[in-house]
Design a protein around this ligand. Structure first.
Ligand code: SF4
Ligand code: SF4
Length: 420
């Protein structure tokens, strides 16, 4: 379907638009109610990012030394394929007793699968992590991968595209979700199209997958040169995904590095306020190494109650090259405030942007994804005004347009279809 037809069809979905608008507006109202000095926070975040992006390589070097000191492994990978390869290699060695087996619930120790659970992560989306389900690993075992974030679980179950980085299923009605869960997981029972009933049903499915998982994969909101991974969440699924399986894999873009834990907490505060309208979310995890104990004979053993292995995969995938032309693209903290503020996004939802939705998706489509649609932007500058990292998003959009026009042909040679 061409873009014009896609837009026309989307404009007909009034209910989806209403749903999304209500979810997006509530975030802004909650943030205003916090009474923060937003200008001061944004200025501070900008300064932190200026410093961190300016000396990324030095900070990652320090981070690697500090992570390795606490028993974690750090790998730098150039692109999505290398990241998938690394994950396959780590997953291929999956073994050890799963929590489900220890508590006697799973009863499937001999089955022929390696089970992975993942939390919400734009970087995982970027490398198309579900590709690893297609791989056969050691001993021909198949891989299963379960999404544990409620919104992303819904989007995946329905085969939809996310509308928003923080509210991926904001456009989908309760009726559609309840019907899909009942059909796929209900075993004859019908889930009521009520929000609580839907959340409970998904939590039950996800819990079972986490308890039986071999490997947990998460992203991170920030990583410090001191050797800490900071992850924010409200649901509690990330805490479980990062604690229950015996291996925890963290996939992050190189831009997530900051010097110290105080800087990571500033990122956390801004991501939370601009992303969900909270001063901090329900859970903030700071992970600095695998689980360990020295309680028996004073000898340190890794893998006590939590994972015995922590693997940090650091992805470039074009970021360094992009930083040379448009370093602002690396300042994003994925709060989604620009999507909420963008009049074009609010009308055509997930169609606006690139691989990820909204103004942020449009600009980050310059990283890896090739399908950005910059010509729906009206250059109103609302996104820039709403961004806590003070990113000049319209400038990025203009840059993508210019780059397209510069691909060996003059602007006047483009067909109308290419332009939109
Ligand atoms: S400048 Fe473009 S991307 Fe930014 S809010 Fe306006 S329409 Fe959206
Ligand atoms: S570009 Fe700015 S407003 Fe948009 S998601 Fe990133 S940090 Fe948030």
């Amino acid at each position: 379907m061409g873009l014009e037809a896609e837009v026309s069809a989307k404009l007909g979905e009034a209910q989806a638009r209403k749903h999304a608008a209500s979810a997006m507006d509530s975030v802004g109202k909650k943030r205003k109610a916090l009474g923060l000095d937003e200008d001061a926070m944004a200025k501070k975040l900008r300064g932190t990012k200026d410093d961190a992006i300016g000396r990324m390589d030095e900070l990652w070097k320090q981070a690697k030394t500090n992570f390795e000191r606490s028993g974690a492994q750090v790998y730098f990978v150039d692109d999505a394929e290398k990241a998938l390869e690394k994950i396959r290699a780590i997953v291929g060695g999956a073994g050890g007793t799963k929590i489900g087996e220890m508590v006697g619930k799973a009863g499937r120790a001999s089955d022929n699968a390696i089970r992975i659970v993942k939390s919400k992560s734009n970087t995982c989306d970027e490398i198309e992590i579900f590709e690893i389900e297609k791989a056969k690993v050691i001993g021909g075992k198949r891989i299963t991968l379960t999404e544990t974030d409620t919104g992303d679980f819904i989007v995946r179950m329905l085969g939809e595209k996310e509308t928003h980085p923080v509210l991926p299923a904001a456009h989908i009605t309760n009726e559609r979700i309840a019907t899909a869960i009942s059909k796929k997981y209900g075993k004859g029972k019908r889930v009521k199209p009520e929000t609580k009933a839907i959340v409970d049903a998904i939590a039950q499915i996800v819990r079972e997958a986490i308890v039986n998982a071999d490997v947990g994969i998460t992203g991170a909101n920030a990583v410090t040169a001191e050797g800490n991974i900071v992850i924010l969440e409200n649901e509690g699924n990330i805490s479980l995904v990062s604690r229950m399986p015996k291996k925890h894999v963290v996939l992050v873009g190189i831009e997530k590095i900051v010097p110290a834990i105080e800087d990571a907490l500033l990122v956390a505060r801004c991501a939370s306020a601009w992303g969900t309208g909270q001063s901090l979310p329900s859970y903030v995890s700071i992970i600095s190494g695998p689980s360990k104990t020295a309680d028996v004979a004073g000898e340190t053993v890794t893998g006590a109650q939590g994972p015995s292995e922590l693997h940090v995969i650091v992805l470039d995938n074009g970021r360094r090259e992009l930083a040379k032309k448009y370093s602002d693209a690396l300042y994003c903290i994925n709060c989604g405030a620009c999507v909420n503020a963008c009049p074009a996004s609010r009308q055509v939802l997930e169609i606006f942007g690139g691989k990820m939705p909204g103004p942020k998706g449009l600009v980050s489509s310059a990283i890896g994804a090739k399908n950005g649609k910059p010509y729906l932007c009206s250059m109103c500058y609302n996104c820039k005004a709403s961004c806590p990292a003070l990113i000049d998003l319209p400038c990025g959009s203009t840059g993508i347009r210019s780059a397209r026009c510069g691909r060996g042909r003059s602007r006047k040679n483009f067909t109308a279809a290419e332009v939109i």
